[in-house]
Design a protein around this ligand. Structure first.
Ligand code: ZN
Length: 511
């Protein structure tokens, strides 16, 4: 297998090779730099939505991080349309998409101590993008699988990944794939070089690793599911970094800064709001465990401490939705959207609350808005129900079709709705029928319900070619469970030369 891949790479390299802009090595270049940039541009917005959305609460902090990122991007010498965003997510994490689209979570900034450490994180991510590590992962899946296969979507740091449908699924896959160890080594090496060139003390890359090790060692669970999951601190990484810092000092990078004062100024608002975010994190885990009263208490505390934060109001709305207090929930989502009008989950949840109040126009408007920001199975399933309720079956089918591509319960419900709407008119789409010989050499008809729901009143037409005539029969099946088959013997007098069987009618039973 490995040899085959190597052969493919060699033969493709005759025409499709490029020189890596960072390492200078020759490598496979199936994806052009324009394609790389296009992937990053298409996936950047949905990837941000999946991870909590942009942190808009403190615009000055986001601008500060962008300034650091742009300085490092310049020192990388690789020209890409770089962009940097702080995400409103408590998990300490950072990532890069192909083409220089980079994100760092609020939760990671809260764990850092100086600007040099921010630069170490961003330098590492810039190196991943500049050295085409993301593009190479996509290329590897071309070579090994013949196509960009949407691998099983994990859940590392992206709570919404299983809900996402359509083109945004690709972004979810990109975020959850791990880089190779070699790519990590390169990102450490070049990233630290970029920060030294940008005027930072490269020693900050070592203190960053020590912070990783300390937080992981304390068993901090959010740390373990965040950056540490893809970037485990190892003795090897620390040793490599120490060697590199020595080398950079010999090369004259001796007057770099840590930028502690600058960092503390930029972080002052977020740091003073820390107790509010701690209460929010606590409320989140209580909410996930359905401890709704306790969650409501914690989120009230967070809002008292720092009412500017949209996510606090959003979580309060979600708690109210779970308590079936729809009108209260809508008030909370209104407040969340007043503070941040760019996050899909507020519109999705407000749309679901309006649907419960039987206000389809408001529900549809909010759900449509959420889908424009991030297409989810949950939103499409709800839109399908609204369309069906107003009698627009063809629109409902389109929504259910879109919802059915996901991997959560909304997708399962949508698949079931599609069967319900379509099985009467298109039974053959869901039911397979065939004629075959059994082990006793008797002709049997085998009818399979391929759907995830039970069907009833199935009628299958059987056509048997016998000498010069075709004999037709009907087979009726009162009920056929999900994913199950019926086998019935056919009475045949004579020699059969061919034939076929197909479902002509069926009804939805459900379950
Ligand atoms: Zn990395």
């Amino acid at each position: 297998m490995t040899r085959n891949i190597a052969l493919i790479v060699v033969s493709v390299c005759l025409t499709g090779c490029i020189v890596n802009p960072v390492t200078g090595e020759r490598e496979l270049g199936l994806i052009s730099s324009q394609q790389e940039i296009a992937i990053g541009q298409a996936q950047y917005a949905p990837a941000q939505q999946m991870q909590g959305g942009a942190y808009t609460t403190d615009a000055a902090l986001s601008a500060y991080v962008s300034r650091i990122g742009n300085k490092l991007a310049q020192s990388s010498g690789v020209d890409l349309p770089y962009e940097f965003v702080v995400l409103n997510n408590s998990v300490p994490n950072a990532w890069a998409l192909p083409g220089g689209k980079i994100a760092i979570n609020r939760g990671l900034l809260q764990a850092l101590r100086n600007e040099g450490e921010v630069a170490a994180v961003l330098g590492h991510e810039i190196a991943h993008a500049a050295a085409r590590h993301g593009a190479k992962r996509v290329e590897r899946s071309y070579v090994t699988q013949g196509a960009v296969l949407l691998a099983a979507i994990g859940s590392i740091g992206s709570d919404y990944a299983p809900y996402v449908v359509g083109a945004a699924q690709f972004g979810a896959t990109l975020l959850n794939q791990k880089y190779s160890r070699n790519a990590e080594r390169e990102a450490d090496y070049y990233g630290t070089g970029f920060m030294a060139k940008a005027g930072y003390d490269p020693y900050a890359a070592i203190t960053l690793q020590e912070t990783f090790a300390r937080l992981a060692g304390e068993g901090n669970s959010s740390w373990l599911q965040g950056l540490f999951a893809s970037h485990p601190a190892s003795m090897e990484r620390v040793a490599n970094n120490k060697m590199l810092v020595k080398q950079l000092r010999r090369e004259g990078f001796t007057s770099g800064i840590f930028g502690q004062a600058e960092f503390e100024t930029a972080m002052s608002e977020l740091m003073s709001a820390q107790p509010a975010y701690d209460a929010f994190d606590e409320a989140m885990s209580l909410y996930a465990e359905d401890e709704l009263e306790a969650a409501a208490g914690e989120i009230a505390k967070a809002i008292r401490l720092y009412g500017r934060e949209s996510q606090f109001h959003g979580l309060r709305g979600s708690i109210r939705n779970k308590q079936a207090r729809w009108t209260d929930a809508i008030t909370n989502f209104d407040r969340a959207i007043d503070r941040n009008s760019g996050y899909f989950a507020f519109y999705l949840s407000r749309g679901l609350a309006y649907a419960q109040l039987e206000e389809p126009t408001n529900a549809k408007q909010n759900l449509d808005h959420s889908v424009r920001l991030l297409p989810t199975a949950t939103a499409y399933q709800a839109l399908g129900k609204i369309a069906e309720a107003r009698g627009d079956v063809s629109a409902a089918k389109v929504y259910y079709q879109q919802a059915s591509q996901g991997q959560n319960s909304a997708s399962t419900a949508a698949r079931s709705s599609l069967v319900r709407l379509e099985v009467a008119d298109q039974p053959a789409k869901y039911i397979t029928a065939r004629i075959r010989l059994n082990e006793r050499k008797e002709y049997v008809v085998e009818v399979t319900n391929r759907t995830g729901v039970a069907l009833k009143n199935i009628v299958v037409r059987v056509e048997l070619k016998m000498a010069s005539v075709t004999k037709t029969r009907s087979v009726r099946i009162a009920k056929l469970k999900a994913k199950s088959s019926y086998v019935g013997k056919l009475k045949v007098d004579g020699v059969v030369s061919g034939g076929r069987a197909y479902a002509v009618s069926a009804q939805f039973l459900g379950g």
